[in-house]
Design a protein around this ligand. Structure first.
Ligand SMILES: [Zn+2]
Length: 221
């Protein structure tokens, strides 16, 4: 690996100047395409226009690490029934801990989108658009969920937002509805069954359930 020192000059193509220019290396922050800003990256800047032309090889591990580490936290409000449905779907899939089911389902759906596959994006978008008018989405958002997405999933969420014409929080709710959308999700019978399933599930040792249990004990004693 060639290591570049500060002040070292190279010649490189500058797209801004539309010609080959001399560029000089120095440490500076860099703004990635997904908006992520990383400090202290060795880059060569065009001596003519100042554009960043080349990233020194020694800085690439730092960029890779920053991209996977940094995650964006967002809080969503959703009808509690959607969180319950998410728990059912996740429990049915064999998950032991269901307290973060909405976040899990959201990320699982976003991850299912492979990079640069327009057909798959189209297919998932259509599935989501189809449930946009679901009655569950009209219920009051009385349950708060915090989700952290890495830049890759964040980008996928943005793609889906565009394709489905959903706001960020609308997309979150729509994905949960679609994830639980087996035939007859709209019917109250299905919902009753879902809730019954959740209630009759063997006690799970998650913090949320044990908290609930202790509250019930206090009430009954
Ligand atoms: Zn230039």
């Amino acid at each position: 690996m060639k290591v570049y020192l500060e002040g070292e000059a190279i010649r490189a193509i500058c797209e801004t100047c539309n010609s080959r220019q001399e560029a000089t290396f120095r440490y500076d922050s860099i703004k990635m395409e997904d908006g992520l800003v990383i400090d202290g990256v060795m880059q060569a800047f065009c001596n003519n226009c100042g554009s960043s032309l080349v990233i020194a090889p020694q800085s690439t591990p730092k960029i890779r690490q920053a991209r996977t580490k940094v995650s964006k936290k967002t809080s969503f409000r959703l009808p509690r029934i959607l969180a319950d449905i998410a728990s059912c779907v996740v429990a049915k899939a064999g998950a032991r801990y269901v307290d973060r089911a909405p976040e899990f389902l959201y990320k699982a759906s976003l991850s299912s989108l492979l990079d640069e596959d327009p057909q798959q994006l189209e297919k998932l978008s259509q599935k989501l658009i189809a449930v946009k008018s679901n009655e569950l989405l009209k219920l009051p958002g009385n349950h708060k969920v915090t989700v952290s997405l890495n830049p890759v999933l964040y980008e996928k969420a943005k793609l889906l937002q565009e394709a489905t014409q959903c706001s960020q929080s609308e997309l979150f709710r729509v994905i949960l509805v679609a994830a639980g959308a087996e035939p007859g999700l709209d019917s109250p019978k299905y919902l009753r069954r879902s809730v019954a399933l959740l209630d009759s599930a063997p006690p799970r040792k998650t913090p949320r359930r044990s908290r609930k249990a202790s509250v019930l004990e206090k009430v009954s004693s």
